[in-house]
Design a protein around this ligand. Structure first.
Ligand code: ADP
Ligand code: GN1
Ligand code: MG
Length: 367
C-alpha cells in the first residue's frame, strides 16, 4: 500500500521525499491518509484522499466546487489584513497535479486529491464543553457567511441530498423490497419514523412557498468536520467540502445539533447515554447566530430548533435504509452498525422533542 500511495503522491506538486502515509480520521465516506514528506530535513504533512465514487458519481464536479469554494474563501482572507498570517489554516488548500488538475485519476479509475494538512488542531467525534460547541458553530456559520456572496451556483454533487420526503420514500422502497430479510428486525424503528412522517416535508414546503431560500451550504456539518485549534480552542478550518452546494442553512445547523449536543457518539448502543444537552444546544445556537444571524431572516431563524430534529430524523432514516440495503453506503465496522446508529439518532430525536418548547423559548430570547 505504501508503494501505491507514494506513486499517487508523485503525481501531485509536492517537493521532497515521501516518508510514510497513515490512515487518518473517522469519516464514513472517503479514504483519508496523512502523508509525510521530507523537504530538506523538515517533515511536512499533506492530506491525501481517495474520493468515494459510489457516493460522488461525478468527482470532477465535486472538485470544481472544492476549488471554487476554497479559492473564494482564500481571496476573502487575503483581503482581511488581520487574518493574513492565518490564511493557510482557515481554509483547505488544494495541491494540484503536475498537469494543474485538482485531482489525479489512477489506473484503476480511482480519483485522488491532495491538500495541505492543517497542523496543531483536531476534530472531535463528541464535544465535551459548551465553549467548543460555540466555537465550532461559529466556524460553520462563518463558512456560510463567507460563501453568501459566491457569484455562481455550485454543482449539486448529490441531488436531493437532504430532501426528507425522498429519504422517506427510499426507506419505504427498501422496506418493500427487503432484499436482505432485515425488516423483521426493525419494526419499532419503522414505527418511530412513520409516526413522524407528516413532519418531514415542512422545510421543503416552506422553500417552495418562498418563505425560506436556498443558499450555499456545507451539508455535512458533523462536528468532526471542523478542526479545533489545540491551543486557542477556536474552530479554525471547515473540512469535508464534497457536499458544499445549494441547500438550506437549516441542514447545517440541524447536523450540528445532531452531532454536537449528545455526550455519546453517533453509534452509542447504550441509549441511556444518548440525549440532547441543553447547554450544548444553547452554545451551538449562540455561536451559529453570531455569524449566520447576519444573513438569516426571521422565518429561517425560527426554524433552527426544528432543523435539529429534522436532520437527526433524516440521518437516522438514512442509516436505517442502509441497514436494510445490506450496508452498502456508510462504512461500517461491526454487524448491525447502521442499525445501532439509527437507534441512537431516534433516541436523540425523542430527547429533542422533550426539550423543544425550551429550545424555542431560547431562540426567541436570542432573536
Ligand atoms: P470523510 O468524507 O470520509 O468524512 P473528511 O474529509 O472529513 O472525510 O476527512 C476525514 C478526517 O480526516 C477528518 O474528520 C479529519 O479528522 C481528518 N482530516 C481531513 N483533512 C484534514 C486536514 N487538512 N488537516 C487535518 N486533518 C484532516
Ligand atoms: C457521512 O463523510 P462524513 O463521515 O463526514 C455522510 C453524512 C452523514 C454522516 C453521518 C456524503 O459524513 O451525510 O450525515 O456520514 N456524508 C455523505 O455520520 O453522505
Ligand atoms: Mg468527514
Amino acid at each position: 500500500m505504501q508503494k501505491k500511495l507514494e506513486n499517487i503522491c508523485s503525481h501531485f506538486h509536492i517537493y521532497g521525499d515521501y516518508v510514510v502515509a497513515i490512515p487518518c480520521g473517522k469519516g464514513h465516506i472517503n479514504d483519508t491518509y496523512q502523508v509525510t514528506f521530507d523537504q530538506g530535513g523538515t517533515l511536512l504533512h499533506y492530506t491525501l484522499q481517495k474520493i468515494n465514487t459510489n457516493v460522488f458519481r461525478q468527482p470532477a464536479l465535486v472538485m470544481e466546487n472544492f476549488n471554487c469554494v476554497t479559492s473564494h474563501i482564500l481571496h476573502k482572507i487575503r483581503q482581511e489584513k488581520t487574518q493574513r498570517g492565518r490564511a493557510k489554516r482557515r481554509t483547505l488548500r488544494l495541491v494540484f497535479t503536475h498537469d494543474a488538475m485538482p485531482y489525479y485519476k489512477d489506473g484503476d479509475g480511482d480519483y485522488w486529491r491532495c491538500y495541505v494538512f492543517v497542523e496543531n488542531c483536531h476534530s472531535f467525534d463528541v464535544l465535551d464543553e459548551p465553549d467548543q460547541a460555540y466555537k465550532a458553530a461559529q466556524a460553520f456559520g462563518q463558512f456560510q457567511l463567507d460563501l453568501a456572496d459566491l457569484p455562481d451556483r455550485l454543482n449539486e454533487t448529490i441531488p436531493y441530498f437532504h430532501h426528507a420526503p425522498r429519504r422517506l420514500k427510499a426507506l419505504e422502497d427498501m422496506i418493500k423490497s427487503d432484499r436482505f430479510d432485515r425488516v423483521k428486525m426493525v419494526a419499532p424503528e419503522i414505527d418511530f419514523v412513520m409516526k413522524r412522517a407528516h413532519e418531514l416535508d415542512k422545510l421543503i414546503k416552506l422553500q417552495q412557498s418562498g418563505d425560506i431560500v436556498e443558499r450555499t451550504t456545507h451539508n455535512d456539518t458533523k462536528l468532526n468536520n471542523v478542526l479545533i485549534d489545540d491551543f486557542t480552542g477556536e474552530g479554525i478550518c471547515v473540512l469535508d467540502l464534497d457536499t458544499v452546494m445549494p441547500g438550506l442553512p437549516h441542514y447545517d445547523f440541524g447536523d450540528m445539533v445532531r452531532t454536537g449536543t449528545s455526550p455519546a457518539p453517533e453509534d452509542e448502543t447504550d441509549l441511556s447515554k444518548v440525549y440532547m444537552r441543553f447547554d450544548m444546544f444553547e452554545a451551538l445556537l449562540r455561536g451559529y447566530l453570531d455569524k449566520a444571524g447576519m444573513f438569516l431572516n426571521d422565518v429561517e431563524k425560527e426554524l433552527l430548533p426544528f432543523s435539529g430534529k429534522l436532520i437527526t430524523m433524516v440521518i437516522g432514516i438514512r442509516f436505517l435504509t442502509d441497514f436494510l440495503d445490506g450496508d452498502n453506503y456508510f462504512k461500517t465496522s461491526r454487524v448491525n452498525h447502521n442499525l445501532e446508529r439509527a437507534r441512537s439518532q431516534f433516541k436523540l430525536v425523542e430527547s429533542i422533542e422533550e426539550q423543544y418548547d425550551d429550545m424555542m423559548k431560547l431562540l426567541k430570547k436570542l432573536m
